[in-house]
Ligand binder design. Structure first.
Ligand SMILES: Cc1cc2nc3c(=O)[nH]c(=O)nc-3n(C[C@H](O)[C@H](O)[C@H](O)COP(=O)(O)OP(=O)(O)OC[C@H]3O[C@@H](n4cnc5c(N)ncnc54)[C@H](O)[C@@H]3O)c2cc1C
Length: 488
C-alpha cells in the first residue's frame, strides 16, 4: 500500500474512533482541537515539544475527558480495539514528561472524574474518583471534620491519582500520618483492555496496590480510590529557624523528624538561595528549617516548645511570625516561584536517605562551587527513612551552554546518588533511562508485568520499562556540555 493510501486509512480510522467514542462520552469532551492538544501534550514546561528526543510522537491526536469509571472503561476498550496509544493525565504537575504523550494517540484527562462517593466517618475512610483535585477533597472532608492523611504541597492543582501513580512519599502529613502506600485501602482499576478490577490490600490477582503506587500509569488507569482519612486537628502552628551551617540545620531537622512524640505535619530544609527565589529575601542566615505542627492546642504548643528548645541548643535563630504565616499560606507556590527568576528553570528531584543527606549535600557543594550558575537547594521530608531533595538551576534561554552545563552537573549528582543506593524521586519519561541502568532487576519485574497486562504497549509507554534515550548518548552530550560550559 502506498503512503497516501495508508494515511487515508489512518484518517478514516481516526474519524470512526472519534464517532464511536462520542456515542458514550459527550462530544465537547472528545476533542481533536489542535490548540487543546498542544496545551495538554506538555507539562509545566508548557511546550509539548520539550523532551521530544525521549519520545516517538510528542503530540496527541485526541484529548478525551471521561466523566466516570464506566466511560473510562469503555474508552480504554475502544483505544485497545483501535490500537490507539493512551496517555493518562491528571493535573500534569509532576513534570519530567510523566503525563505527556510519547507515541501520540489519546490523552485521557481524568479531571472530570472528580466526585466523592462516600465519606465513612465511623471507619475513617473516603471513597472518591481518582481525578479529584486534593483541594476539592480537602474541602469536602472539612464539612465532616476530617482531612486527608497525606498529600503533596501542589494540592491546589494536583489530583489524588497523580500522587498514587507517582510515589506519594513526600508532602504534607507523610511524617505524621503515613505515605500513600500506608493510607491507600483499595482502587478501582481499569486495565489497558478496558476491563475493570477492584484491587485491595489482600488481592491475589496479577496486580497489587504496591505495583500500582509509583507505576506512572504503565499498567492502566486508577479510576476510583478508597483512602484512610484523619480527624481535622484543632490547632496549627508553623515554626522556622535559620542556621549558619548545614551541619547545624540538618541536625535540627533530624531532631524534629526523629522525635517520636512531636511529629511535624510538614518539615523542610532550604538554603538561602531557595528562600530568596521562592519567597522573599530574608535577611538572615544560610539555611532554614521549617516545621508545621497540627494537633490539639496542648500537643501543638508542646511541639513548638520542643522545637524552640532544640533550636536554641544549635544556635538557631527564630524566623519572624509574619514571614512564617505567608510561607505556609503560599506553600503550594513555593517551588513554582523559583521559575519567576529566570527564563529557563532546570531542576532534578532526588530521593536521599536520612543518613546520607550530609554526604549528598557535600557532593552537591563540591559540584556547584566550581560553577557560575544560579542555584538553589530544597529538601522536603518524607516519612522516616528518606527525603526529597530538589535542586534548581536558573538558566537563560539564550545560554544553551549554561543550560546543558547545569544538566551535566545534575547528571553527575544523579549517578553519585544511585551509586550510593539512593534513587531519583520522580522518573516520568525523562529519567527512565537512569532507572533502567541502575535498577535492572526491578525494571525486569515491571516489564514482565507490563507485557502481561499491555502486550501492545499502548498505555503510558516509555516510562519505567523502556526508554528511547540511550545512556551513552546522554553521557556523551553531558561530557561535551561540561567542557563547553567551562570554556564559555
Ligand atoms: C509546586 C509543586 C509542588 C509539588 N509538591 C510535591 C510534593 O509535596 N510531593 C510530591 O510527591 N510531589 C510534589 N510535586 C509533584 C507533583 O505535583 C505530584 O507528583 C502530584 O502528585 C502529581 O499529581 P498530578 O495530578 O499533577 O498528576 P500528573 O502529573 O497528571 O500525573 C503524574 C503521573 O501519574 C499518572 N497518572 C495520573 N493519573 C493517573 C491515573 N488515574 N491512573 C494511572 N496513572 C495516572 C500520569 O500518567 C503520570 O505518569 C509538586 C509539584 C509542584 C509543581
Amino acid at each position: 500500500m502506498n503512503e497516501t493510501k495508508v494515511e487515508k486509512k489512518q484518517e478514516i480510522g481516526k474519524t470512526n474512533f472519534t464517532k464511536e467514542v462520542e456515542e458514550f462520552i459527550p462530544s465537547p469532551h472528545v476533542s481533536t482541537d489542535r490548540y487543546e492538544i498542544e496545551a495538554t501534550s506538555g507539562d509545566l514546561s508548557l511546550l509539548s515539544k520539550y523532551h521530544y528526543k525521549f519520545k516517538e510522537e510528542y503530540q496527541a491526536t485526541h484529548v478525551i475527558r471521561p466523566g466516570n469509571t464506566e466511560e473510562l472503561s469503555k474508552l480504554m476498550q475502544k483505544c485497545y480495539q483501535y490500537s490507539m496509544p493512551v496517555t493518562l493525565r491528571a493535573a500534569g504537575t509532576s513534570c519530567y514528561s510523566a503525563s505527556t504523550p510519547t507515541k501520540g494517540g489519546v490523552i485521557i484527562d481524568l479531571r472530570r472524574m472528580n466526585n466523592v462517593h462516600k465519606i465513612d466517618k465511623e471507619n475513617m475512610i473516603v471513597k472518591c474518583d481518582a481525578g479529584i483535585a486534593w483541594q476539592k477533597l480537602i474541602e469536602e472532608l472539612l464539612d465532616y471534620g476530617l482531612a486527608p492523611k497525606c498529600y503533596p504541597t501542589s494540592y491546589r492543582a494536583s489530583c489524588v491519582s497523580g500522587f498514587v501513580a507517582t510515589s506519594g512519599k513526600v508532602g504534607i502529613g507523610v511524617l505524621k500520618n503515613g505515605i500513600m502506600k500506608d493510607v491507600l485501602r483499595s482502587v478501582v482499576f481499569v486495565k489497558p483492555d478496558g476491563s475493570t478490577e477492584t484491587i485491595s490490600r489482600d488481592s491475589q490477582g496479577d496486580l497489587s496496590l504496591d505495583d500500582i503506587i509509583g507505576s506512572f500509569g504503565i499498567f492502566g488507569a486508577v479510576a476510583e480510590v478508597e483512602l484512610e482519612v484523619t480527624t481535622l486537628k484543632t490547632s496549627m502552628e508553623m515554626i522556622g529557624y535559620s542556621f549558619n551551617t548545614f551541619k547545624m540545620a540538618i541536625e535540627f531537622f533530624r531532631t524534629l523528624k526523629n522525635s517520636d512524640t512531636n511529629k511535624p505535619l510538614f518539615l523542610s530544609l532550604s538554603d538561602k538561595h531557595f528562600e530568596k527565589y521562592a519567597h522573599w529575601t530574608y535577611p538572615s542566615r544560610a539555611y532554614f528549617v521549617y516545621a508545621v505542627y497540627s494537633d490539639n492546642p496542648n500537643a501543638t504548643s508542646q511541639s513548638v516548645s520542643f522545637a524552640k528548645e532544640s533550636a536554641s541548643k544549635l544556635d538557631g535563630l527564630s524566623v519572624e511570625e509574619w514571614y512564617l504565616k505567608e510561607k505556609w499560606r503560599d506553600i503550594a507556590d513555593t517551588e513554582l516561584n523559583v521559575g519567576r527568576w529566570c527564563e529557563n528553570l532546570v531542576f532534578q528531584e532526588y530521593w536521599v536517605s536520612d543518613d546520607r543527606v550530609e554526604d549528598f549535600y557535600d557532593f552537591y557543594q563540591e559540584k556547584t562551587s566550581r560553577q557560575r550558575y544560579r542555584h538553589a537547594f530544597y529538601l522536603m521530608s518524607g516519612a522516616k527513612g528518606g527525603n526529597r531533595v530538589k535542586l534548581f538551576g536558573l538558566s537563560d534561554i539564550k545560554n544553551s551552554r549554561e543550560f546543558f552545563g547545569i544538566k551535566a552537573v545534575f547528571n553527575d549528582i544523579t549517578i553519585n546518588n544511585y551509586e550510593n543506593k539512593d534513587i531519583l524521586y520522580t522518573l516520568g519519561v525523562v529519567n527512565t533511562f537512569y532507572f533502567l541502568r541502575f535498577n535492572p532487576e526491578k525494571a525486569a519485574y515491571l516489564l514482565n508485568l507490563k507485557n502481561k497486562l499491555d502486550p501492545k504497549d499502548l498505555v503510558n509507554s516509555y516510562r519505567l520499562v523502556k526508554a528511547k534515550m540511550r545512556t551513552w548518548r546522554v553521557g556523551l552530550l553531558f561530557w561535551i556540555a561540561k567542557r563547553l560550559y567551562r570554556t564559555a
